[in-house]
Write a protein that binds this ligand. Structure first.
Ligand code: ADP
Length: 602
Protein backbone atom coordinates (compact mmCIF):
# COMPACT_ATOMS: atom_id res chain seq x y z
CA UNK A 1 0.00 0.00 0.00
CA UNK A 2 1.40 3.44 -0.94
CA UNK A 3 1.99 6.10 1.76
CA UNK A 4 -0.74 8.18 0.14
CA UNK A 5 -3.35 5.43 0.37
CA UNK A 6 -2.24 4.73 3.94
CA UNK A 7 -2.67 8.40 4.88
CA UNK A 8 -6.12 8.60 3.30
CA UNK A 9 -7.08 5.39 5.07
CA UNK A 10 -5.72 6.73 8.35
CA UNK A 11 -7.63 10.03 8.02
CA UNK A 12 -10.79 8.15 7.19
CA UNK A 13 -10.42 5.93 10.24
CA UNK A 14 -9.68 8.75 12.69
CA UNK A 15 -12.52 10.87 11.35
CA UNK A 16 -15.19 8.42 10.30
CA UNK A 17 -15.28 6.39 13.53
CA UNK A 18 -15.85 9.36 15.89
CA UNK A 19 -18.15 10.96 13.31
CA UNK A 20 -20.25 7.81 13.06
CA UNK A 21 -20.35 7.65 16.86
CA UNK A 22 -21.50 11.26 17.12
CA UNK A 23 -24.10 10.76 14.41
CA UNK A 24 -25.33 7.54 16.00
CA UNK A 25 -25.57 9.08 19.49
CA UNK A 26 -27.33 12.20 18.17
CA UNK A 27 -29.74 9.94 16.32
CA UNK A 28 -30.40 7.87 19.43
CA UNK A 29 -30.83 10.99 21.62
CA UNK A 30 -33.15 12.57 19.09
CA UNK A 31 -35.29 9.43 18.86
CA UNK A 32 -36.81 9.84 22.32
CA UNK A 33 -38.11 13.40 21.83
CA UNK A 34 -39.52 12.38 18.45
CA UNK A 35 -41.18 9.35 19.99
CA UNK A 36 -42.50 11.53 22.83
CA UNK A 37 -43.90 14.03 20.39
CA UNK A 38 -45.58 11.23 18.38
CA UNK A 39 -47.19 9.93 21.55
CA UNK A 40 -48.12 13.45 22.65
CA UNK A 41 -49.72 14.10 19.25
CA UNK A 42 -51.71 10.89 19.41
CA UNK A 43 -52.81 11.60 22.95
CA UNK A 44 -53.74 15.14 21.93
CA UNK A 45 -55.82 13.83 19.03
CA UNK A 46 -57.54 11.31 21.32
CA UNK A 47 -58.17 13.88 24.00
CA UNK A 48 -59.49 16.39 21.48
CA UNK A 49 -61.84 13.78 20.10
CA UNK A 50 -62.92 12.74 23.63
CA UNK A 51 -63.48 16.37 24.56
CA UNK A 52 -65.53 16.95 21.40
CA UNK A 53 -67.65 13.89 22.23
CA UNK A 54 -68.07 15.01 25.86
CA UNK A 55 -69.00 18.56 24.86
CA UNK A 56 -71.52 17.37 22.33
CA UNK A 57 -72.99 14.73 24.59
CA UNK A 58 -73.08 17.20 27.53
CA UNK A 59 -75.08 19.58 25.36
CA UNK A 60 -77.51 16.74 24.57
CA UNK A 61 -77.79 15.71 28.20
CA UNK A 62 -78.38 19.33 29.21
CA UNK A 63 -81.10 19.61 26.58
CA UNK A 64 -82.85 16.46 27.87
CA UNK A 65 -82.48 17.55 31.46
CA UNK A 66 -83.89 21.02 30.71
CA UNK A 67 -86.81 19.54 28.76
CA UNK A 68 -87.64 16.88 31.35
CA UNK A 69 -87.69 19.48 34.12
CA UNK A 70 -89.77 21.87 31.99
CA UNK A 71 -93.29 22.69 33.12
CA UNK A 72 -94.56 22.12 29.63
CA UNK A 73 -93.68 18.42 29.75
CA UNK A 74 -96.19 17.98 32.59
CA UNK A 75 -98.76 19.88 30.69
CA UNK A 76 -101.44 17.70 29.34
CA UNK A 77 -101.91 19.97 26.42
CA UNK A 78 -100.25 18.05 23.57
CA UNK A 79 -100.34 20.92 21.10
CA UNK A 80 -98.20 23.03 23.37
CA UNK A 81 -95.78 20.14 23.84
CA UNK A 82 -95.46 19.69 20.07
CA UNK A 83 -94.63 23.32 19.63
CA UNK A 84 -92.10 23.28 22.45
CA UNK A 85 -90.26 20.14 21.33
CA UNK A 86 -90.55 21.18 17.68
CA UNK A 87 -88.45 24.24 18.46
CA UNK A 88 -85.69 21.94 19.75
CA UNK A 89 -85.82 19.74 16.69
CA UNK A 90 -85.64 22.80 14.43
CA UNK A 91 -82.98 24.53 16.45
CA UNK A 92 -80.57 21.56 16.36
CA UNK A 93 -81.32 20.64 12.75
CA UNK A 94 -81.46 16.87 12.52
CA UNK A 95 -79.82 16.20 15.92
CA UNK A 96 -83.10 15.15 17.52
CA UNK A 97 -85.14 12.81 15.39
CA UNK A 98 -87.86 12.25 17.90
CA UNK A 99 -88.90 13.22 21.40
CA UNK A 100 -91.31 10.90 23.10
CA UNK A 101 -92.74 10.48 26.58
CA UNK A 102 -93.45 7.19 28.30
CA UNK A 103 -95.66 6.58 31.29
CA UNK A 104 -94.37 4.45 34.06
CA UNK A 105 -95.70 1.34 32.39
CA UNK A 106 -93.63 1.98 29.32
CA UNK A 107 -96.53 3.16 27.15
CA UNK A 108 -95.69 5.92 24.72
CA UNK A 109 -98.03 8.68 25.78
CA UNK A 110 -96.61 11.28 23.48
CA UNK A 111 -94.34 11.25 20.34
CA UNK A 112 -93.28 14.05 18.05
CA UNK A 113 -93.67 11.41 15.37
CA UNK A 114 -97.13 10.50 16.71
CA UNK A 115 -95.85 7.03 17.48
CA UNK A 116 -97.59 4.80 19.99
CA UNK A 117 -96.66 1.50 21.63
CA UNK A 118 -95.08 0.09 24.72
CA UNK A 119 -91.27 0.23 25.32
CA UNK A 120 -91.49 -1.11 28.89
CA UNK A 121 -88.76 -3.69 28.22
CA UNK A 122 -86.26 -1.40 26.52
CA UNK A 123 -83.24 -0.73 28.74
CA UNK A 124 -83.48 3.04 28.10
CA UNK A 125 -86.96 2.81 29.83
CA UNK A 126 -86.08 0.44 32.65
CA UNK A 127 -82.84 2.28 33.50
CA UNK A 128 -84.44 5.72 33.45
CA UNK A 129 -87.38 4.40 35.47
CA UNK A 130 -84.87 3.87 38.27
CA UNK A 131 -84.63 7.66 38.44
CA UNK A 132 -81.45 8.47 36.54
CA UNK A 133 -80.57 9.74 33.09
CA UNK A 134 -79.68 6.92 30.71
CA UNK A 135 -77.85 6.87 27.42
CA UNK A 136 -78.54 3.85 25.19
CA UNK A 137 -76.20 2.01 22.90
CA UNK A 138 -75.78 3.29 19.38
CA UNK A 139 -78.11 1.48 16.98
CA UNK A 140 -79.26 1.85 13.39
CA UNK A 141 -82.48 3.76 13.10
CA UNK A 142 -85.34 1.61 11.85
CA UNK A 143 -86.71 4.49 9.80
CA UNK A 144 -83.48 6.12 8.39
CA UNK A 145 -81.00 3.22 8.84
CA UNK A 146 -78.52 5.72 10.21
CA UNK A 147 -76.82 5.54 13.65
CA UNK A 148 -78.63 6.95 16.57
CA UNK A 149 -78.94 6.65 20.34
CA UNK A 150 -81.68 7.27 22.79
CA UNK A 151 -81.26 9.46 25.89
CA UNK A 152 -83.88 9.04 28.56
CA UNK A 153 -84.46 11.06 31.72
CA UNK A 154 -87.16 10.70 34.38
CA UNK A 155 -89.86 13.38 34.50
CA UNK A 156 -90.35 14.22 38.13
CA UNK A 157 -93.19 16.07 39.82
CA UNK A 158 -92.89 16.94 43.43
CA UNK A 159 -89.98 14.44 43.76
CA UNK A 160 -91.96 11.57 42.19
CA UNK A 161 -91.18 10.09 38.80
CA UNK A 162 -94.30 10.41 36.72
CA UNK A 163 -92.93 9.49 33.31
CA UNK A 164 -89.81 9.19 31.16
CA UNK A 165 -88.68 11.69 28.54
CA UNK A 166 -86.87 10.02 25.66
CA UNK A 167 -84.98 11.67 22.80
CA UNK A 168 -83.86 9.82 19.71
CA UNK A 169 -80.53 11.48 18.87
CA UNK A 170 -78.92 11.21 15.43
CA UNK A 171 -75.14 10.61 15.59
CA UNK A 172 -74.46 12.33 12.26
CA UNK A 173 -73.81 15.68 13.85
CA UNK A 174 -71.32 14.23 16.34
CA UNK A 175 -69.64 12.22 13.60
CA UNK A 176 -69.11 15.33 11.50
CA UNK A 177 -67.51 17.08 14.47
CA UNK A 178 -65.19 14.09 15.04
CA UNK A 179 -64.26 14.00 11.38
CA UNK A 180 -63.29 17.67 11.44
CA UNK A 181 -60.65 17.08 14.15
CA UNK A 182 -57.11 17.06 12.69
CA UNK A 183 -55.48 13.71 13.40
CA UNK A 184 -52.90 13.65 10.57
CA UNK A 185 -53.02 12.31 7.02
CA UNK A 186 -52.97 8.64 7.92
CA UNK A 187 -54.79 9.06 11.24
CA UNK A 188 -57.95 7.07 11.80
CA UNK A 189 -60.37 7.50 14.62
CA UNK A 190 -63.04 5.05 15.54
CA UNK A 191 -65.33 4.43 18.45
CA UNK A 192 -66.47 1.04 19.65
CA UNK A 193 -69.05 0.04 22.21
CA UNK A 194 -68.18 -2.15 25.19
CA UNK A 195 -68.59 -5.30 23.04
CA UNK A 196 -66.08 -4.12 20.46
CA UNK A 197 -68.67 -3.21 17.85
CA UNK A 198 -67.88 -0.18 15.72
CA UNK A 199 -70.16 2.69 16.45
CA UNK A 200 -68.11 5.22 14.56
CA UNK A 201 -65.49 5.20 11.88
CA UNK A 202 -64.81 7.36 8.89
CA UNK A 203 -66.36 4.96 6.42
CA UNK A 204 -69.07 4.56 8.95
CA UNK A 205 -72.18 3.45 7.09
CA UNK A 206 -70.67 0.28 5.61
CA UNK A 207 -69.31 -1.40 8.70
CA UNK A 208 -71.29 0.07 11.49
CA UNK A 209 -71.64 -2.40 14.32
CA UNK A 210 -69.01 -4.69 12.83
CA UNK A 211 -67.16 -6.34 15.66
CA UNK A 212 -63.42 -5.61 15.64
CA UNK A 213 -62.46 -6.91 19.03
CA UNK A 214 -59.43 -8.67 17.56
CA UNK A 215 -57.90 -5.22 17.07
CA UNK A 216 -55.42 -4.87 19.96
CA UNK A 217 -56.43 -1.33 20.99
CA UNK A 218 -60.14 -2.22 20.76
CA UNK A 219 -59.65 -5.23 22.99
CA UNK A 220 -57.74 -3.13 25.52
CA UNK A 221 -60.29 -0.34 25.52
CA UNK A 222 -63.20 -2.79 26.01
CA UNK A 223 -61.36 -3.82 29.19
CA UNK A 224 -61.84 -0.16 30.07
CA UNK A 225 -58.13 0.60 29.74
CA UNK A 226 -56.44 3.71 28.40
CA UNK A 227 -53.00 3.69 26.72
CA UNK A 228 -50.70 3.77 23.70
CA UNK A 229 -49.70 0.70 21.68
CA UNK A 230 -48.03 -0.37 18.48
CA UNK A 231 -49.57 -3.30 16.59
CA UNK A 232 -50.76 -4.55 13.23
CA UNK A 233 -54.42 -3.62 12.71
CA UNK A 234 -57.21 -5.58 11.01
CA UNK A 235 -56.12 -4.26 7.60
CA UNK A 236 -52.61 -5.59 8.13
CA UNK A 237 -51.20 -2.12 8.57
CA UNK A 238 -48.56 -1.41 11.20
CA UNK A 239 -49.94 1.32 13.41
CA UNK A 240 -49.36 3.19 16.62
CA UNK A 241 -52.62 3.86 18.47
CA UNK A 242 -53.94 5.71 21.47
CA UNK A 243 -57.06 4.25 23.12
CA UNK A 244 -59.33 5.87 25.65
CA UNK A 245 -62.33 4.55 27.58
CA UNK A 246 -65.36 6.86 27.89
CA UNK A 247 -67.21 5.32 30.85
CA UNK A 248 -70.21 7.63 30.65
CA UNK A 249 -71.28 6.29 27.31
CA UNK A 250 -69.45 2.90 27.55
CA UNK A 251 -67.52 3.80 24.42
CA UNK A 252 -63.95 3.06 23.55
CA UNK A 253 -62.23 5.77 21.54
CA UNK A 254 -59.28 4.65 19.39
CA UNK A 255 -57.00 6.90 17.31
CA UNK A 256 -54.74 4.91 15.00
CA UNK A 257 -51.84 6.28 12.94
CA UNK A 258 -49.67 4.57 10.32
CA UNK A 259 -46.44 3.91 12.13
CA UNK A 260 -44.28 5.15 9.22
CA UNK A 261 -46.13 8.44 9.07
CA UNK A 262 -46.12 8.78 12.84
CA UNK A 263 -42.39 8.23 12.97
CA UNK A 264 -41.66 10.10 9.72
CA UNK A 265 -39.52 12.33 11.93
CA UNK A 266 -37.17 9.39 12.45
CA UNK A 267 -36.77 8.91 8.73
CA UNK A 268 -36.16 12.63 8.20
CA UNK A 269 -33.69 12.63 11.06
CA UNK A 270 -31.99 9.51 9.69
CA UNK A 271 -31.81 11.06 6.21
CA UNK A 272 -30.40 14.28 7.64
CA UNK A 273 -27.83 12.32 9.64
CA UNK A 274 -26.79 10.33 6.54
CA UNK A 275 -26.59 13.56 4.54
CA UNK A 276 -24.46 15.26 7.20
CA UNK A 277 -22.26 12.17 7.54
CA UNK A 278 -21.84 11.93 3.77
CA UNK A 279 -20.84 15.61 3.58
CA UNK A 280 -18.44 15.17 6.47
CA UNK A 281 -16.88 11.99 5.01
CA UNK A 282 -16.56 13.61 1.57
CA UNK A 283 -14.92 16.62 3.23
CA UNK A 284 -12.54 14.36 5.15
CA UNK A 285 -11.64 12.37 2.03
CA UNK A 286 -11.08 15.60 0.10
CA UNK A 287 -8.91 17.01 2.88
CA UNK A 288 -7.07 13.68 3.25
CA UNK A 289 -6.30 13.67 -0.49
CA UNK A 290 -4.98 17.26 -0.37
CA UNK A 291 -2.90 16.69 2.79
CA UNK A 292 -1.57 13.31 1.64
CA UNK A 293 -0.66 14.84 -1.74
CA UNK A 294 1.19 17.67 0.01
CA UNK A 295 3.02 15.15 2.19
CA UNK A 296 3.77 12.52 -0.44
CA UNK A 297 4.59 14.79 -3.40
CA UNK A 298 8.15 15.51 -2.15
CA UNK A 299 8.63 11.80 -1.33
CA UNK A 300 7.46 10.92 -4.85
CA UNK A 301 9.90 13.52 -6.24
CA UNK A 302 12.67 11.85 -4.20
CA UNK A 303 11.66 8.45 -5.58
CA UNK A 304 11.67 9.81 -9.17
CA UNK A 305 15.04 11.45 -8.49
CA UNK A 306 16.47 8.16 -7.17
CA UNK A 307 15.16 6.33 -10.24
CA UNK A 308 16.64 9.04 -12.47
CA UNK A 309 19.93 8.63 -10.63
CA UNK A 310 19.90 4.88 -11.26
CA UNK A 311 19.14 5.48 -14.96
CA UNK A 312 21.82 8.17 -15.14
CA UNK A 313 19.60 11.15 -16.04
CA UNK A 314 19.30 12.87 -12.71
CA UNK A 315 17.89 16.40 -12.45
CA UNK A 316 18.06 18.22 -9.10
CA UNK A 317 14.74 17.88 -7.24
CA UNK A 318 13.06 21.24 -6.51
CA UNK A 319 12.81 21.89 -2.75
CA UNK A 320 9.23 23.00 -2.02
CA UNK A 321 9.40 23.35 1.76
CA UNK A 322 11.91 23.87 4.56
CA UNK A 323 10.62 20.99 6.70
CA UNK A 324 12.37 17.64 7.29
CA UNK A 325 11.50 16.40 3.80
CA UNK A 326 12.86 19.65 2.32
CA UNK A 327 16.14 19.11 4.19
CA UNK A 328 16.22 15.48 3.10
CA UNK A 329 15.73 16.62 -0.51
CA UNK A 330 18.66 19.03 -0.12
CA UNK A 331 20.88 16.26 1.22
CA UNK A 332 19.69 13.94 -1.56
CA UNK A 333 20.49 16.54 -4.23
CA UNK A 334 23.99 17.03 -2.79
CA UNK A 335 24.56 13.29 -2.58
CA UNK A 336 23.29 12.80 -6.12
CA UNK A 337 25.60 15.46 -7.56
CA UNK A 338 28.55 13.92 -5.69
CA UNK A 339 27.58 10.49 -6.98
CA UNK A 340 27.31 11.85 -10.51
CA UNK A 341 30.75 13.43 -10.14
CA UNK A 342 32.19 10.10 -8.91
CA UNK A 343 30.40 8.33 -11.72
CA UNK A 344 31.88 10.72 -14.32
CA UNK A 345 35.37 10.15 -12.89
CA UNK A 346 34.85 6.41 -12.85
CA UNK A 347 33.57 6.48 -16.41
CA UNK A 348 36.65 8.48 -17.46
CA UNK A 349 38.89 5.94 -15.67
CA UNK A 350 37.02 3.05 -17.22
CA UNK A 351 37.40 4.68 -20.63
CA UNK A 352 41.15 5.03 -20.08
CA UNK A 353 41.32 1.46 -18.77
CA UNK A 354 39.35 0.32 -21.81
CA UNK A 355 41.72 2.13 -24.12
CA UNK A 356 44.65 0.56 -22.25
CA UNK A 357 43.00 -2.80 -22.56
CA UNK A 358 42.46 -2.23 -26.27
CA UNK A 359 46.08 -1.21 -26.56
CA UNK A 360 47.19 -4.26 -24.58
CA UNK A 361 44.91 -6.37 -26.66
CA UNK A 362 46.48 -5.02 -29.83
CA UNK A 363 49.88 -5.66 -28.32
CA UNK A 364 48.80 -9.17 -27.42
CA UNK A 365 47.62 -9.71 -30.99
CA UNK A 366 50.96 -8.45 -32.26
CA UNK A 367 52.76 -10.60 -29.68
CA UNK A 368 50.65 -13.52 -30.71
CA UNK A 369 51.52 -12.88 -34.34
CA UNK A 370 55.16 -12.71 -33.37
CA UNK A 371 54.78 -15.90 -31.39
CA UNK A 372 53.25 -17.52 -34.44
CA UNK A 373 56.15 -16.23 -36.51
CA UNK A 374 58.54 -17.49 -33.89
CA UNK A 375 56.81 -20.80 -33.98
CA UNK A 376 57.17 -20.86 -37.73
CA UNK A 377 60.79 -19.82 -37.29
CA UNK A 378 61.27 -22.59 -34.80
CA UNK A 379 59.90 -25.10 -37.29
CA UNK A 380 62.06 -23.52 -40.02
CA UNK A 381 65.02 -23.59 -37.65
CA UNK A 382 64.53 -27.26 -36.84
CA UNK A 383 64.23 -28.27 -40.50
CA UNK A 384 67.13 -25.94 -41.38
CA UNK A 385 69.37 -27.15 -38.63
CA UNK A 386 68.52 -30.75 -39.41
CA UNK A 387 69.32 -30.08 -43.01
CA UNK A 388 72.53 -28.18 -42.23
CA UNK A 389 73.65 -30.91 -39.85
CA UNK A 390 72.75 -33.68 -42.21
CA UNK A 391 74.41 -32.28 -45.31
CA UNK A 392 77.98 -32.32 -43.93
CA UNK A 393 77.38 -35.72 -42.37
CA UNK A 394 76.34 -37.14 -45.71
CA UNK A 395 79.47 -35.74 -47.32
CA UNK A 396 81.61 -37.17 -44.46
CA UNK A 397 79.91 -40.55 -44.72
CA UNK A 398 80.24 -40.76 -48.51
CA UNK A 399 83.95 -39.80 -48.30
CA UNK A 400 84.59 -42.21 -45.43
CA UNK A 401 82.74 -45.09 -47.15
CA UNK A 402 84.77 -44.47 -50.32
CA UNK A 403 88.00 -44.58 -48.38
CA UNK A 404 86.92 -47.74 -46.63
CA UNK A 405 85.74 -49.58 -49.75
CA UNK A 406 88.83 -48.80 -51.85
CA UNK A 407 91.92 -50.69 -50.75
CA UNK A 408 94.59 -48.59 -52.43
CA UNK A 409 93.39 -45.08 -52.82
CA UNK A 410 95.49 -42.55 -54.65
CA UNK A 411 97.25 -40.27 -52.19
CA UNK A 412 95.85 -37.11 -53.78
CA UNK A 413 92.34 -38.49 -53.79
CA UNK A 414 92.77 -39.69 -50.27
CA UNK A 415 93.96 -36.24 -49.25
CA UNK A 416 91.06 -34.57 -51.03
CA UNK A 417 88.55 -36.89 -49.40
CA UNK A 418 90.05 -36.31 -45.99
CA UNK A 419 89.93 -32.55 -46.62
CA UNK A 420 86.24 -32.88 -47.51
CA UNK A 421 85.71 -34.75 -44.28
CA UNK A 422 87.60 -32.14 -42.27
CA UNK A 423 85.81 -29.21 -44.04
CA UNK A 424 82.42 -30.69 -43.37
CA UNK A 425 83.26 -31.42 -39.77
CA UNK A 426 84.44 -27.77 -39.49
CA UNK A 427 81.25 -26.60 -41.15
CA UNK A 428 79.19 -28.60 -38.69
CA UNK A 429 81.27 -27.43 -35.75
CA UNK A 430 80.82 -23.82 -36.91
CA UNK A 431 77.09 -24.23 -37.20
CA UNK A 432 76.83 -25.79 -33.79
CA UNK A 433 79.04 -23.01 -32.35
CA UNK A 434 76.90 -20.40 -34.06
CA UNK A 435 73.72 -21.86 -32.59
CA UNK A 436 75.28 -22.07 -29.15
CA UNK A 437 76.57 -18.48 -29.38
CA UNK A 438 73.18 -17.25 -30.51
CA UNK A 439 71.34 -19.03 -27.75
CA UNK A 440 73.76 -17.51 -25.25
CA UNK A 441 73.29 -14.05 -26.76
CA UNK A 442 69.51 -14.42 -26.67
CA UNK A 443 69.53 -15.69 -23.13
CA UNK A 444 71.69 -12.68 -22.15
CA UNK A 445 74.38 -15.06 -20.96
CA UNK A 446 77.08 -13.96 -23.33
CA UNK A 447 80.14 -13.40 -21.18
CA UNK A 448 82.65 -10.86 -22.50
CA UNK A 449 86.35 -10.91 -21.63
CA UNK A 450 86.93 -7.18 -22.02
CA UNK A 451 90.56 -6.31 -22.67
CA UNK A 452 92.62 -3.78 -24.58
CA UNK A 453 92.13 -5.02 -28.07
CA UNK A 454 94.14 -3.91 -31.04
CA UNK A 455 91.95 -3.69 -34.15
CA UNK A 456 95.05 -4.02 -36.37
CA UNK A 457 96.00 -7.31 -34.72
CA UNK A 458 92.50 -8.91 -34.89
CA UNK A 459 91.96 -7.78 -38.47
CA UNK A 460 95.17 -9.69 -39.42
CA UNK A 461 93.83 -12.82 -37.71
CA UNK A 462 90.53 -12.49 -39.58
CA UNK A 463 92.33 -11.92 -42.88
CA UNK A 464 94.32 -15.12 -42.42
CA UNK A 465 91.06 -17.09 -42.41
CA UNK A 466 89.48 -15.53 -45.46
CA UNK A 467 92.58 -14.44 -47.38
CA UNK A 468 92.82 -17.72 -49.34
CA UNK A 469 89.14 -17.65 -50.19
CA UNK A 470 89.36 -14.09 -51.47
CA UNK A 471 92.23 -15.06 -53.67
CA UNK A 472 90.26 -17.98 -55.03
CA UNK A 473 87.32 -15.75 -55.83
CA UNK A 474 89.55 -13.09 -57.30
CA UNK A 475 88.41 -10.47 -54.85
CA UNK A 476 90.73 -7.81 -53.62
CA UNK A 477 90.72 -7.39 -49.88
CA UNK A 478 92.39 -4.29 -48.50
CA UNK A 479 92.80 -3.09 -44.93
CA UNK A 480 92.84 0.59 -44.09
CA UNK A 481 93.71 0.83 -40.41
CA UNK A 482 96.20 3.37 -39.07
CA UNK A 483 99.15 1.72 -37.25
CA UNK A 484 98.86 4.04 -34.30
CA UNK A 485 95.09 3.42 -33.84
CA UNK A 486 94.10 3.33 -30.23
CA UNK A 487 93.13 -0.02 -28.81
CA UNK A 488 89.49 -0.58 -27.91
CA UNK A 489 87.95 -2.14 -24.83
CA UNK A 490 86.56 -5.37 -26.23
CA UNK A 491 86.43 -9.17 -26.11
CA UNK A 492 89.15 -10.04 -28.62
CA UNK A 493 87.86 -13.47 -29.67
CA UNK A 494 84.25 -12.28 -30.03
CA UNK A 495 85.37 -9.32 -32.08
CA UNK A 496 87.31 -11.76 -34.41
CA UNK A 497 84.01 -13.69 -34.85
CA UNK A 498 82.29 -10.42 -35.88
CA UNK A 499 85.05 -9.51 -38.35
CA UNK A 500 85.03 -13.07 -39.76
CA UNK A 501 81.24 -12.96 -40.27
CA UNK A 502 81.41 -9.58 -42.00
CA UNK A 503 84.35 -10.75 -44.16
CA UNK A 504 82.52 -14.01 -45.05
CA UNK A 505 79.37 -12.13 -46.07
CA UNK A 506 81.32 -9.60 -48.09
CA UNK A 507 83.09 -12.48 -49.88
CA UNK A 508 79.89 -14.45 -50.40
CA UNK A 509 77.90 -11.57 -51.87
CA UNK A 510 80.64 -9.88 -53.94
CA UNK A 511 81.19 -11.20 -57.43
CA UNK A 512 84.67 -11.98 -58.68
CA UNK A 513 86.74 -8.92 -59.41
CA UNK A 514 85.13 -6.94 -56.63
CA UNK A 515 86.74 -5.18 -53.68
CA UNK A 516 86.47 -5.52 -49.94
CA UNK A 517 87.86 -2.82 -47.70
CA UNK A 518 88.22 -3.23 -43.94
CA UNK A 519 88.89 0.14 -42.34
CA UNK A 520 89.02 1.62 -38.84
CA UNK A 521 89.33 5.22 -37.77
CA UNK A 522 89.58 7.29 -34.68
CA UNK A 523 86.36 9.22 -33.83
CA UNK A 524 86.57 11.04 -30.52
CA UNK A 525 86.51 8.61 -27.65
CA UNK A 526 85.72 5.67 -29.90
CA UNK A 527 86.96 3.79 -32.93
CA UNK A 528 84.69 3.25 -35.93
CA UNK A 529 85.27 -0.07 -37.74
CA UNK A 530 83.71 -0.61 -41.19
CA UNK A 531 83.61 -3.35 -43.83
CA UNK A 532 82.76 -2.18 -47.33
CA UNK A 533 82.25 -4.29 -50.42
CA UNK A 534 81.25 -3.80 -54.02
CA UNK A 535 78.85 -6.75 -53.93
CA UNK A 536 75.22 -7.28 -54.88
CA UNK A 537 73.89 -4.92 -52.20
CA UNK A 538 70.62 -5.17 -50.29
CA UNK A 539 67.21 -3.62 -51.03
CA UNK A 540 66.32 -0.80 -48.68
CA UNK A 541 63.14 -2.40 -47.24
CA UNK A 542 65.08 -5.57 -46.31
CA UNK A 543 67.85 -3.82 -44.44
CA UNK A 544 65.97 -4.07 -41.13
CA UNK A 545 65.49 -7.81 -41.41
CA UNK A 546 68.99 -9.01 -42.21
CA UNK A 547 69.88 -8.98 -38.47
CA UNK A 548 66.97 -11.39 -37.72
CA UNK A 549 67.82 -15.02 -37.03
CA UNK A 550 67.87 -17.28 -40.09
CA UNK A 551 66.94 -14.43 -42.37
CA UNK A 552 68.40 -14.47 -45.83
CA UNK A 553 67.45 -11.95 -48.53
CA UNK A 554 67.52 -14.71 -51.08
CA UNK A 555 66.76 -17.99 -49.38
CA UNK A 556 67.97 -19.94 -52.41
CA UNK A 557 71.43 -18.48 -51.74
CA UNK A 558 71.74 -20.96 -48.90
CA UNK A 559 72.28 -23.78 -51.31
CA UNK A 560 74.35 -21.76 -53.75
CA UNK A 561 76.43 -19.74 -51.34
CA UNK A 562 76.00 -21.47 -48.01
CA UNK A 563 75.27 -20.06 -44.60
CA UNK A 564 72.07 -20.26 -42.63
CA UNK A 565 71.21 -16.66 -41.75
CA UNK A 566 72.82 -16.61 -38.30
CA UNK A 567 76.03 -14.65 -38.93
CA UNK A 568 74.61 -11.11 -38.68
CA UNK A 569 72.36 -12.04 -35.70
CA UNK A 570 75.41 -13.28 -33.77
CA UNK A 571 77.56 -10.31 -34.80
CA UNK A 572 74.83 -7.83 -33.92
CA UNK A 573 74.38 -9.58 -30.50
CA UNK A 574 78.16 -9.38 -29.77
CA UNK A 575 78.36 -5.65 -30.67
CA UNK A 576 75.22 -4.92 -28.63
CA UNK A 577 76.88 -6.70 -25.69
CA UNK A 578 79.69 -4.13 -26.12
CA UNK A 579 77.14 -1.34 -25.80
CA UNK A 580 77.09 -0.48 -29.51
CA UNK A 581 75.26 -1.30 -32.72
CA UNK A 582 76.05 -2.45 -36.24
CA UNK A 583 74.95 0.08 -38.90
CA UNK A 584 74.36 -0.92 -42.51
CA UNK A 585 74.22 1.12 -45.71
CA UNK A 586 73.61 -0.57 -49.00
CA UNK A 587 72.49 -0.05 -52.55
CA UNK A 588 71.49 -2.99 -54.69
CA UNK A 589 74.09 -3.66 -57.40
CA UNK A 590 76.60 -1.27 -55.89
CA UNK A 591 77.66 -2.77 -52.63
CA UNK A 592 77.17 -2.69 -48.90
CA UNK A 593 78.87 -1.15 -45.91
CA UNK A 594 78.65 -2.53 -42.33
CA UNK A 595 80.12 -0.43 -39.53
CA UNK A 596 80.22 -0.29 -35.74
CA UNK A 597 81.70 1.92 -33.08
CA UNK A 598 83.70 0.73 -30.01
CA UNK A 599 84.89 2.64 -26.99
CA UNK A 600 88.61 3.30 -26.85
CA UNK A 601 90.36 1.42 -24.11
CA UNK A 602 91.37 3.45 -21.04
P1 ADP B 1 74.28 -15.88 -44.09
O1 ADP B 1 74.75 -17.09 -43.37
O2 ADP B 1 73.17 -16.14 -45.00
O3 ADP B 1 75.33 -15.03 -44.58
P2 ADP B 1 73.93 -13.64 -42.39
O4 ADP B 1 73.14 -13.39 -41.13
O5 ADP B 1 75.40 -13.43 -42.19
O6 ADP B 1 73.58 -15.02 -42.93
O7 ADP B 1 73.40 -12.66 -43.46
C1 ADP B 1 72.05 -12.56 -43.69
C2 ADP B 1 71.75 -12.13 -45.10
O8 ADP B 1 72.12 -10.77 -45.30
C3 ADP B 1 72.48 -12.87 -46.14
O9 ADP B 1 71.86 -14.11 -46.47
C4 ADP B 1 72.41 -11.91 -47.28
O10 ADP B 1 71.24 -12.03 -47.99
C5 ADP B 1 72.49 -10.58 -46.60
N1 ADP B 1 73.90 -10.05 -46.60
C6 ADP B 1 74.72 -10.06 -45.55
N2 ADP B 1 75.90 -9.45 -45.85
C7 ADP B 1 75.75 -9.03 -47.14
C8 ADP B 1 76.61 -8.34 -48.04
N3 ADP B 1 77.83 -7.93 -47.67
N4 ADP B 1 76.16 -8.08 -49.31
C9 ADP B 1 74.90 -8.46 -49.64
N5 ADP B 1 74.06 -9.12 -48.85
C10 ADP B 1 74.48 -9.42 -47.61
Amino acid sequence: MSIRSELIFFFLIISVIPLSLVVYLSYEYSKEPISDSVIANLRGATENTGNAIDNWMDARKDDIRVISQSRIVNCTEKKQLYEYLGTFENEYQGVYREFFILDMSGNITFSTLSRTGNEGKAPYFTEAAKGKMYISDVSLSKSTNSPELIITNPIKKNGTTEGILAARVSMENLYRIIESIDIGRSGKVFIVNNKGDIIFQENRSGILLTNIKDNFAVKEVTYEKNGIAEYVNNEGEKVVASYYWLPLYRWGLVVEKNIDEAYAGFLTLGRQMILISSFAVTGVVFLAIIISRRLTQPIKSLEDGALGLVEGNFKPIPVSSRNEIGKLTDIFNEMASELLEIRKKLEAKIEIANKDLEEKNRELIVANEELKKLDELKSDFISLVSHELKTPLSAVRISAEFLESQGNVDTDIKKELLQIIIRNIDRQTRLINDILDLSKIEAGKLELQLNHTDINEISKVALETIGQLALKKNITVSVNIPEELSPVMADRDKLIIVLNNLFENALKFTPAGGNIILSAKDDGDSIVVSMKDTGIGIEKEKLDKIFDKFYQVDSSSRRKIGGCGLGLSISSGIIKAHGSEIQVESEPGKGSSFSFRLKKAG
